[in-house]
Write a protein that binds this ligand. Sequence first.
Ligand SMILES: [Zn+2]
Length: 312
Amino acid sequence: MVLVLVGLVVLVAPAKPPAATAVETTRPRAVSRPVLAYGSRGAAVRQAQSLLSRHGYRVPVTGFYGTLTARQVRRFQVAHGIRSTGKVGPLTWRKLLAGVGGRAAAQPAPAAPPAAASAPAPAGSAGVVYLTFDDGPAPAWTPRVLELLARYRARATFFVLGRSAAAHPELVRQEFVAGHGVGNHTWSHRRLTGLRGAQLAAEVSATSAAIQRITGAPVRCLRPPFAAVDAASADRVRALGLRLVLWDVDPDDWLRPGARTIAGRVLGRVRSGDVVLMHDGGGDRSQTMAALEQVLATLSARGFRFDALCRG
Ligand SMILES: [Zn+2]
């Protein structure tokens, strides 16, 4: 949990030069950088994300190479006359490092250890996973999510839209009473970076107020729609008393690639402490429902427990 929170601080912090700058300055040497692609993670990804941001291609520094990073890499490649692969190979690294002080880029740390083995294990022995559901509540899907979570004694977090919470307060109440976290996802799924101060405050505050009227508890955190957040909007959100929560694993369930694919992406990438993004609103979520059952069953068998965020 502590790691998650530290990670979130990093996500919204302005890009800083890596700590190893001084070492690199006094002892210059050639460093080899790994090819990064969708699903890559670790220090090298964080470095690439930080470099992208310094070139003006904003992306949260999560250390996970998801769709947002791939999209920004493609834009960067097009702008620099590199073939648009969405992967960071040697040429893209060179262009990323150019013009921002190549020596400021430290060598990435070794890759993280592989995910836990899939052998059955006692509950909680493999660590904790934070499942999160955005864009609800929705009468067609949220009750099914709640039912599945209850069956596996799993707690999760729902980032609800204010307008949907106001329309279906009983679903938000059920989420909260079952021990799940309920967070703010703005009133109408607005991109925070495109809002002026008063508009942002209205989107966010009205949603927190609607949730609190239903649950009786203050709202602790917000997930920005489209992961769109910059330093200014992050400051405004924090000034409203909310923590920003992004994610580590994004299976792109909203694109409906098939339940097996969604579950496979989560199960192939998730590690203890990770926040997983899925959706219980915004369209036909039947694939997400089927994938969720597989995810809960498999991760339970691997010994993971499922906990809530944003409850205090
Ligand atoms: Zn959303």
